[in-house]
Design a protein. Sequence first.
Length: 290
Amino acid sequence: MVTVKDYQSPVTPTWCPGCGNFGIHQAVKMALAELGLEPHQVMLVSGIGQSSKLPDYTHANGFMTLHGRAIPCATGVKLVRPDLKVIVHSGDGDGYGEGMGHMVHAARRNIGIVHIAHNNQIYGLTKGQYSPTSAQGTRSSTSPEGAIDRPVNPLLIALAAGATFVARAFSKNSRELADIIKAAVQHRGYALIDVLQPCVTFNRVNTYEWYGERVYPVSQEPDYNPSDLNWAMRTAQIWGDRIPVGILYQTEDVPAYEEQVPALKAGPVGLRPIRPISADKAQALKAAYL
Ligand SMILES: Cc1ncc(C[n+]2csc(CCOP(=O)(O)OP(=O)(O)O)c2C)c(N)n1
Ligand code: SF4
């Protein structure tokens, strides 16, 4: 039986005590263990940031790439090894700033990866500059007089781009987050989970208390209907005194990208035996390319 301990890495996290990333890390391990997945069946892909250290702290396959580039790398992994469960960990700067174009294309392609965005509304690793999800007026080292930019709404962008699974969660509620991750891992196609993650060092507004007073299960909405795209788009805009968390939208009606790639019909490319070639042919190829 797979347990959370199987995902325990010997590397000690350098996150600040109380960082919201701990709750996300716990939820990921719980979800994978409860799904009965072995660490070798999972690939965690990340860019650069506090959130992106998570693969280092988890005993599973891991791939850390450039800032903002986790999704294209994860797409490549999924196309070569569609049998793996591929999970991207991005920050809001990483995933919704430099990586936003990649998110839009992953959503429209419906590539079968889970994208967990650790949304702390700030750049954590680089010491608290404002990010694409920072509220207008946020004071930071890069916006001492208050950010002029209006924040992006990642849920709306994902829905508009054709995402087939869109959810929001609060990192303190690891149990609820683990259940959403389990649903996302089993989903057919691209799944975005935007996780509200308190940064206890640089974000003094969006704290555990602030979220605790606001988050509520989206299933409490009187007209709850996560199969209705228009309902999801309306609900994704609720933000302020009340913040809905849970699965806002899911449809299994759209085939995943990897299901449609002709080259994958014969099984994962990455598991096929390499055909031996003669020394002469190898030399000829070398001469042609070098
Ligand atoms: C191409 C590139 N641009 C910028 C940076 C500098 N940089 C590293 S992490 C980071 C932001 C991290 O913030 P976020 O993605 O929100 O993640 P967090 O640390 O808050 O989890 C930046 C700007 C970089 N390493 N590479
Ligand atoms: S700076 Fe913020 S995001 Fe980074 S480890 Fe500390 S609390 Fe977490």
